[in-house]
Design a binder for this molecule. Structure first.
Ligand code: MG
Length: 392
């Protein structure tokens, strides 16, 4: 049973986004307004509350003088739940107090307070805090501390602190609104750094829910960079390649750049390295480039008897020229005979420097066709490849 009674309608919930800080600036802008993966930090900090079905209203607190900027961001990014953009005060507590005044008229049952510089807050974290705050009256997200904790003065350790039972506390923090109003009506206790400390000072219990390590507080340029990496579009593209060559007597059997003893060899305009050809097509495909037949036409005498690893080298260069770096390739060769297993390590060693990746990022598997079809009758060999590249 929650504080609002079994079967009661869900609590009306307001979120205060505390972005009133004007201390640290990076590159001339207050950190809450800096772009992060294309959106201002404060917009990213608000968006999960805008999108959350249990949050009804949002009040944004900005530094004095920045209300017009806050307003324009809210309309530009369609943050329709924002009921007010208010100016903060000198401290975080002054800012939240301004936010609370604006929130009161909305008559929320539960108030969530969230740092405007925590842009990676997830819907799941909001759920956990909201559910626990609804049930117990106050809740904070916490993460374990794995580093050692010491009191330091300048660059000297003063004391080692016990880590046992210690947690790092994040936002959003959730409160039954009456508790928060009461907490903010009293003097701020010395040493308090968050809203929960004020509620604790009133004698109320504060529940703890699991926080989220990704829920960073952007404090330094390094934090912003890290958040950018966490949000980064991986820009990975995949390509697929397929090739087939006939088997014929009197031809060399070259596969993966390795000459393999065999009474039958592969027939083709080049050395007919079917594995390498599949890799080339997969790479070109991942980079969105024209296929092997267009890059190295078999009507071109330059490629007569060509060493396919040289073609691969050129293809890797072409792919790099298109802004793509090879991440990995994985090949399956379908071949009735000869047996390929003893040569696979050699192929990886041969191809790795050409692909500019570690041999561990190359997969080569061989299988037979169980005697069926053209491969089964040893009329030909085919190869499939999937390549991953990362685009600049
Ligand atoms: Mg071919």
């Amino acid at each position: 049973m929650n504080r609002f009674g079994a079967g009661a309608v869900r609590p009306r919930t307001a979120a205060i986004i505390a972005a009133g800080g004007s201390g640290a600036r990076m590159g001339g802008l207050k950190k809450q307004f800096l772009p992060l993966a294309g959106l201002p930090v404060v917009v990213r900090s608000m968006q999960p509350f805008q999108d959350h079905q249990s949050v009804d209203d949002i009040v944004l607190v900005v530094p004095p003088g920045d209300a017009p900027l806050g307003q324009s961001l809210c309309s530009a990014y369609g943050l329709a739940k924002v009921r007010g953009v208010v100016a903060g005060g000198g401290s975080r507590f002054d800012s939240v107090r301004s936010g609370l005044e604006a929130v009161r008229v909305l008559c929320p049952d539960v108030v969530l307070v969230h740092d405007g510089v925590r842009p990676l807050v997830s819907a799941g974290l909001i759920d956990r805090v909201l559910e626990s705050a609804t049930r117990y009256g106050a809740a904070v997200p916490a993460v374990e501390i794995y580093d050692s904790v010491k009191r330091v003065d300048r660059d000297q350790v003063q004391a080692s602190m016990p880590r046992e039972g210690m947690r790092a506390i994040q936002t959003p923090q959730g409160f039954h609104s009456a508790w928060l109003y009461e907490a903010y009506s009293r003097p701020i206790p010395a040493g308090a750094t968050d809203d929960a400390a004020l509620v604790e000072a009133c004698g109320y219990g504060v529940a703890v829910v699991p926080g989220d390590r990704d829920n960073l507080k952007i404090t330094t340029a390094g934090d912003l960079k890290l958040a950018g990496r966490l949000l980064a579009d991986p820009k990975v593209a995949a390509g697929i390649g397929y090739d087939v060559h006939r088997l014929q007597e009197g031809r060399p059997f070259i596969l993966g750049g390795v000459k393999i003893p065999s009474e039958l060899g592969l027939l083709g305009h080049s050395d007919a390295d079917v594995l390498v050809h599949a890799v080339i097509d997969a790479l070109l495909g991942a980079a969105g480039l024209p296929d092997i037949g267009q890059q190295f036409p078999d009507t071109d005498p330059r490629f007569l008897g060509a060493d396919s690893t040289c073609l691969l080298e050129q293809a890797v260069q072409t792919v790099a020229g298109a802004g793509c770096t090879v991440l990995s390739v994985d090949v399956t060769v379908v071949c009735e005979r000869p047996r390929l297993a003893p040569h696979i390590l050699g192929m990886k060693a041969r191809l790795a420097p050409i692909l500019r990746i570690a041999p561990g990022r190359i997969g080569i598997k061989a299988t037979t066709q169980e005697g069926m079809g053209f491969v089964g009758r040893a009329e030909g060999v085919c190869a499939w490849c999937v390549a991953l590249v990362v685009r600049d």
